[in-house]
Design a protein around this ligand. Structure first.
Ligand code: HEC
Length: 129
């Protein structure tokens, strides 16, 4: 019996680790995408900007594929929150390219900042960073 339990604990730990690695990979890819977007803006290069936005949109889809561990005492639906954020971040990143194309550089910067704010807000909320 002890052996079986032990196996489950080990297996459980592996699954948790796998989840964490996936999250980290997604997050690191998001960070790289944000860097690419910023590069596109600084070089005023539509191709680089578009590349960053496309990879951000692709990676963002993975955010809602995990349930974020959160404070049990909080009456907070982390999964629902993650899904809402995915939608908002996707819309904002599309907006960057649209505003860039219509020459609204200030709006582009506002949308970029709003994305970054949402990244940090989630980290603050979920990880207490
Ligand atoms: C809905 C919540 C949520 C949103 C939105 C979010 N993150 Fe994260 N982020 C996390 C969680 C959870 C972790 C911790 C992952 C871990 O340690 O397993 C994390 C960690 C990170 C890390 C550290 C990764 C590491 O290797 O330690 C980076 C970088 C990061 N996020 C970038 C971003 C960027 C850029 C955005 C916005 C485009 C973003 N995140 C949006 C939840 C979120």
């Amino acid at each position: 019996m002890k052996k079986v339990l032990f196996t489950f604990v080990i297996l459980g730990n592996f699954l948790l680790m796998a989840e964490n690695i996936d999250t980290k990979k997604t997050m690191q890819a998001l960070e790289v995408s944000m860097g690419t977007i910023q590069k596109g803006l600084l070089y005023n290069h539509r191709g680089i900007l578009k590349k960053g936005i496309e990879s951000l949109k692709e990676e963002i889809k993975n955010i809602d594929s995990f349930i974020i561990k959160n404070d049990e005492s909080l009456n907070f639906n982390a999964k629902h929150y993650a899904e809402t954020e995915v939608k908002a971040l996707t819309l904002l990143s599309s907006k960057i390219l649209e505003d860039f194309d219509s020459g609204k550089k200030e709006d582009v910067m506002i949308a970029y900042e709003q994305i970054l704010n949402r990244c940090v807000t989630c980290h603050k909320l979920i990880r207490k960073w």
